[in-house]
Design a protein around this ligand. Structure first.
Ligand code: FAD
Length: 452
């Protein structure tokens, strides 16, 4: 396998589809095992219903289909004891306080975590308190503390698949996501690019200025969205963009491809009532667009690289589910996956990012734009789609944090929250399933071509 530089198109010339397919064939069973058979990775806590769309009124965009619904775990008895509110409350005591940023810096890499957290508390048993962004975060984190608004969801019981969510609401969300890709010199202020007020209380003159600026911004947004619309219509990524902008585009397009693949692979035949692959859906949405598929493979390389890079740090991690035996088994499964993948030559080269040309100056913008993508997920009008949309943006966000915020071979340990780890591994598992589905669909294409 040769390295995929962020700029490369995954093609048969370099890290070929078949090479990545081969790697995926080896890794997929253990990824499925981790994400579907361990408590740690199969439950996700998130604020699915409590956040309003921060950018527009989405009250008419709600999907009423039963397939859009998510069953949350309302009965605490259904979740591992360690995560119940009462237990979380205990963990939030002084003994188990999460080290603050300053303490983490002072601690340095070699000091054991236990001393910081109390004798018997592994770090991952400690609750992360806030949903405020750390400056290294690429998305708005999910808060898992006892007081936070949020629900536990079994990811196994709520699979990502066809829901019937479509039309104006879905289109508006995708448009807004692609609009974040439009880096420009006159970009919107950070973390509020889509109309949220960022002026505070202003005097009359300033208010007048604000309305002029708002008007100008609306024009820009429209122009940008039209440009982007052409780009997405033709399925092409912006040609003359610098590396970092291309990577941004590829990540969201690859995520979109993965979502479409799951829709086509687990489609509801509304006549028979059965779930199964929809070949026509694949032909219409994916087969015709090799660049979209290429972006999916690109994401596979990127997220797998992040998981591999994280592997050595996870050796000291307690996968806390309240059952020490299960925790050890989970750790063994994770170690086996990351060490296998780690033995493969590096398949994505993150060291090329944010180093040349305008790259270094783009990093903050890149991060803020991806955070906005994660906020846009609160505008998705279908609960199931919102669940997986939020999880996957959190997963890509965690991958980028690991890749772009920590030097290779850095002694510093990436501090990921439990929700980030769960999102990261499940996002990889989703892409892995998509690669498998695309491979199967390709075989169907070959079979029909042979028949003809
Ligand atoms: P869409 O998929 O809506 O695409 C809109 C336009 O974007 C296309 O016309 C095309 O020009 C462009 N485009 C499409 N794919 C790509 C790509 N890979 N790269 C670049 N440009 C592209 N529906 C479900 O049934 N189940 C789900 O789990 C689900 N999850 C969703 C999650 C999110 C975050 C969102 C926004 C929507 C989700 N949907 C889901 C809806 C689904 O994604 C589609 O919007 C819907 O099926 C309508 O599809 P469409 O063919 O109109 O094109």
């Amino acid at each position: 396998v040769c390295t995929i530089s962020p700029k490369a198109i995954v093609s048969d010339a370099c890290a070929s589809y078949s090479t990545l397919d081969g790697l995926n064939r080896d890794l997929r069973p253990s990824l499925q095992d981790i994400t579907q058979k361990t408590d740690f990775f199969s439950y996700y806590r998130l604020n699915l219903f409590g956040k309003e769309c921060p950018f527009w009124d989405d009250s008419n965009g709600m999907c009423g289909n039963i397939a859009c619904a998510v069953s949350t775990l309302d009965d605490e008895a259904d979740i591992p004891a360690i995560w119940r509110a009462e237990e979380l409350g205990k963990l939030e005591g002084p003994k188990a306080g999460h080290p603050g940023k300053k303490q983490q810096e002072e601690r340095g890499p070699e000091k054991p975590l236990q001393g910081m957290l109390g004798e018997d508390v592994g770090e991952s048993c400690v609750v992360d308190y806030d949903d405020e962004c750390d400056e290294r975060d690429y998305c708005v984190p999910e808060d898992e503390s006892a007081t936070a608004k949020g629900d536990y969801v079994s990811l196994v019981d709520n699979p990502e698949r066809f829901t019937g969510y479509a039309g104006e609401s879905a289109k508006q969300v995708w448009d807004a996501i692609y609009r974040e890709n439009c880096f420009s010199k006159t970009s919107f202020p950070k973390s509020a690019s889509l109309g949220a007020s960022h002026y505070g209380d202003l005097g009359p003159a300033a208010n007048e200025l604000k309305s002029v600026l708002d008007e100008r911004r609306k024009h820009q947004a429209l122009e940008e969205s039209q440009n982007m619309w052409e780009v997405t219509q033709t399925g092409l990524e912006p040609e003359d963009e610098c590396l970092e902008k291309r990577v941004f585009y590829r990540i969201i397009s690859g995520m979109h491809t993965s979502i479409s693949t799951h829709i086509c692979w687990e489609y509801l035949n509304q006549t028979s009532g059965e779930w199964g692959p929809n070949f026509q859906c694949y032909k219409d949405r994916l087969h015709k667009y090799p660049d979209r598929v290429s972006n999916l493979y690109f994401n596979y390389a990127l997220v797998l690289r992040a998981v591999t890079k994280l592997g050595p740090y996870l050796r000291d991690y307690t996968f806390c589910s309240g059952d020490p035996l299960q925790d050890r088994i989970t750790k063994a499964k994770v170690q086996s996956l990351t060490s296998y993948a780690g033995a493969v030559p590096q398949i994505f080269d993150e060291s090329l990012m944010f180093v040349n040309g305008e790259g270094p100056s783009l990093k903050e913008d890149f991060r803020n734009r991806f955070r906005n993508v994660s906020r846009i997920m609160d505008c998705v009008g279908c609960d199931k789609c919102r669940l997986w949309g939020k999880l996957q943006t959190a997963g890509y966000g965690a991958a980028m944090k690991v890749l772009f915020e920590y030097e290779n071979n850095a002694v510093e340990v990436p501090m990921l929250k439990r929700t980030e780890l769960v999102a990261l591994f499940n996002t990889l598992a989703r892409i892995s399933d998509s690669l498998n589905a695309i491979h199967e669909f390709r075989l169907m294409v070959e079979a029909t071509e042979t028949e003809e």
